[in-house]
Design a protein around this ligand. Structure first.
Ligand SMILES: *[C@@H]1O[C@H](CO)[C@@H](O)[C@H](O)[C@H]1NC(C)=O
Ligand SMILES: *[C@@H]1O[C@H](CO)[C@@H](O)[C@H](O)[C@H]1NC(C)=O
Length: 283
């Protein structure tokens, strides 16, 4: 990877969010976070002369990125990918054909194909790209007897549920509305008429996708004032455990990389300084 192009915070983000799975078709599944950078992995047995194409598999295959004659070939690149793709130039000759996609949009979801042709033959590998915009903030407000809960900027489509504390067997009559923005992100909002019979009941609203959920509670105490508390649930795992792990891995990789660079470029103090800075940033 070209460290000059990707700063260390982007590097962390990439590590954090390029979670890979394998789906039922045997494709590698990559989950990319909305607006972040993401790596679509691909490797091949390289030779001195080779052709590499990245396609989005649609009815008429979309050209995402091509490389041959030792350079990027972007003449046929689809508009949607302009200025958002790059290869790892220093690793391509070693058979790393992974694609870096920046500023991921919901429209980028789909099946991608990495095609390589060398003297050893042709190879294709398919990658399924999924986009994810986590539930970040849930807000709740009350006007008279109506409580409204809402959240926005979510993908894929979220679900919203209400509950009461203490639990009540009263049926909650809520009206939920889901809208999709131009960027294809979802906004969800729901309102509820609260009963005067149970002034001590507090209402809690949960917005969830398959990958995370957030709660917001409207608590009515004796003076009938509103107190709002946020509880994060599964989100914690993503935001605390994963970054700590990613930071460790990043530091380790950076350490190896800088070591190699140092050996190769003995005497270039500038290079060494930039490596040191990166290590500090990652710590
Ligand atoms: C290719 O290089 C990138 C950047 O260094 C790295 O993240 C990725 O894991 C490599 N992929 C393969 C298949 O070696
Ligand atoms: C791509 O980047 C170049 C140079 O940075 C800029 O001139 C051009 O307008 C950009 N194209 C798009 C489609 O953003």
């Amino acid at each position: 990877m070209s460290m000059k192009r990707i700063n260390s915070s982007q590097f962390l983000v990439i590590l954090m969010f390029s979670c890979m799975f394998t789906d039922s078709r045997g494709d590698t599944e990559v989950v990319c976070v909305f607006m972040k950078s993401c790596i679509l992995p691909c490797s091949f047995q390289s030779s001195s002369d080779f052709i590499l194409h990245w396609f989005l598999l649609t009815t008429r295959d979309t050209h995402v990125h091509s490389y041959y004659s030792n350079q990027d070939q972007l003449g046929h690149q689809d508009q949607n990918y302009r200025n958002r793709t790059s290869l790892f130039k220093d690793q391509i000759s070693r058979g790393n054909a992974s694609l870096l996609l920046r500023g991921v949009k919901v429209q980028d979801e789909g099946r991608y194909q990495c095609f390589t042709s060398t003297i050893h033959g042709m190879k294709t590998s398919d990658i399924s790209l999924k986009v994810y915009a986590p539930v970040s903030e849930v807000s709740i407000s009350q006007e008279g007897n109506r409580i409204t809960c809402s959240s926005e900027g979510i993908y894929p489509e979220p679900e919203l549920t209400w509950s009461t504390s203490p639990p009540s067997n009263m049926e909650l009559q809520d009206r939920t509305r889901v809208q999709q923005t131009e960027e294809q992100l979802y906004s969800i909002s729901s309102s509820l008429m609260v009963s005067d019979r149970d002034p001590d009941l507090s209402y809690s609203c949960t917005v969830r996708t398959q990958r995370n959920q957030r709660n917001q509670r409207n608590q009515r105490n004796q003076r009938n004032q509103r107190r709002v508390t946020v509880r994060k649930q599964r989100g914690i795992l993503v935001w605390v455990v994963v970054p700590a792990w990613a930071a460790l891995v990043a530091v380790f990789i950076m350490f190896l990389r800088c070591g190699k660079k140092r050996a190769r470029q003995k005497g270039s103090s500038e290079e060494r300084e930039s490596c040191k800075t990166k290590q500090r940033v990652n710590l």
